[in-house]
Ligand binder design. Sequence first.
Ligand code: VG1
Ligand code: CO
Length: 542
Amino acid sequence: MIRTIATKPIEGQKPGTSGLRKKVPVFQAEHYVENFVQSIFDALEGFQGKTLVIGGDGRYYNRETIQKVIKIAAANGFGRILVGKGGVVSTPAVSNLIRQNGAFGGIVLSASHNPGGPHGDFGIKYNAGNGGPAPEKITDAIYARTKTINEFRIADAPDVDLETIGTSKVLDCTIEVIDAVKDYQALMEKLFDFDKIRALFASGFKMKFDAMSAVTGPYAHQILEGALGAEAGTVLNGTPLPDFGGHHPDPNLVHAKHIYDLAMGANAPDFCAASDGDGDRNLIIGRGLFVTPSDSVALLAANAHLAPGYANGIAGIARSMPTSAAADRVAAKMGINSYETPTGWKFFGNLLDAGLATICGEESAGTGSNHVREKDGLWAVLLWLNILAVRKQSVADIVREHWATYGRNYYSRHDYEEVESEGANALVQHLRDSLVSLKGKSFGALTVADADDFAYHDPVDGSDSAHQGIRILFTDGSRIVYRLSGTGTAGATLRVYIERYEGDAAKHDLETQGALSDLIALADELAQIKAYTKRDAPTVIT
Ligand code: VG1
Ligand code: CO
């Protein structure tokens, strides 16, 4: 039986960089989930009888939400629902399932790298039929609907058993509980030379992969230790936990410091990596050398042809605006196009669908390709392994060679987390007001070539996205970028991105913060960060 239940609009259900993200208690409020999910379906057309994929990163409130989504989707007329066993599917694997099954779309339940648990974060995101995060046109329509919604439809049915692989029915809708790892592994086997990687491990190559008690554990166990023969114990924290063991499942130098320390210590493995809560981010550290995500996307693009899936070369490279220009240099040398998009994977979708870009990346540890429409943490790890297996050099040697060829883009991001929204907004406004007067000004050796508030014109669908971050570009190629996070759930988070290009190979081994110190000081001076945020120092430096 379908029940139609009266409801009232709920304030503040505006999807951010990556869907709707709030604290768990917010989602637990009466009809909150129901309202948002019904608003998603109300904003879509033509899904009667079609397939919906549902997956989540396994965090607290995942199961309860999945039961609701299944019942609402069935009541709204979906014909078939695919859901991973236990309701746990990584974000890139959801993207793959949507594509492989010709699904109408999918729902991803995740707050990615944010902490979980009863007081942690939760999130809901809609992905379209191409497997990627819904474009702004759809998220705007969803948001508009949340402001006028007055009823939702839900099946009056018992909960679906998510623990057993098999098929059942809710109303006329077929629910299939599936093995979420199998299809993903098959895709990876098509893209990468598993024989070569197996031989690399057999030769004594050692690695550690930290799944951070999040979604990639089962994938990493099965692919790295199973199919590729890495020794038992290669995967750390490989069991997904609803609260990620109380940690932030954020693979950066702060929250994955233990793996950094391992890579820098005596007896370091050849290769260390980690992924985030929902499996779409990656951290790459070679013995003694951390690879910045911006360098990683450039390196992967330059070497992708060494993997079977990219043997014919790549069509183009896309990076988010704050990501360093290292990838642009690779594209220029290869004679292919590079694209600069706003932050958030949804902006890569059109470029990938149109075949304009093959490899995409973000400075926030997101790298991916046209194999799915999400960034993909394990994919990045496997491409690195494929490259290492072919080149038979250390990570550090490969990175240094890359710098010698292209120059090095020193890069760092300084985050000021959970500052007061008022101060953060005032800081951005003050910067916007000073853009015109900054042009041509000199600060010591640095001269401002241009300053703007980044706006993007999508070359495929012609849509425009304004106010995507303040850019201050210097004549020597250095940049300072400021933007406010669209994924935080408390107050505002200011992100300051700092970059400097160094062509001289003799200066490629400087300590990063030191190499950027004049820009870091200038970033504070121009935006008056300390005054506006009332903070003396960043919360996180990556
Ligand atoms: C952050 C990152 C951005 C990334 C987004 C989602 O957004 O900066 O690059 O796409 O998180 O990543 P923001 O608006 O907080 O800067 V994830 O791993 O949540 O799907
Ligand atoms: Co993520």
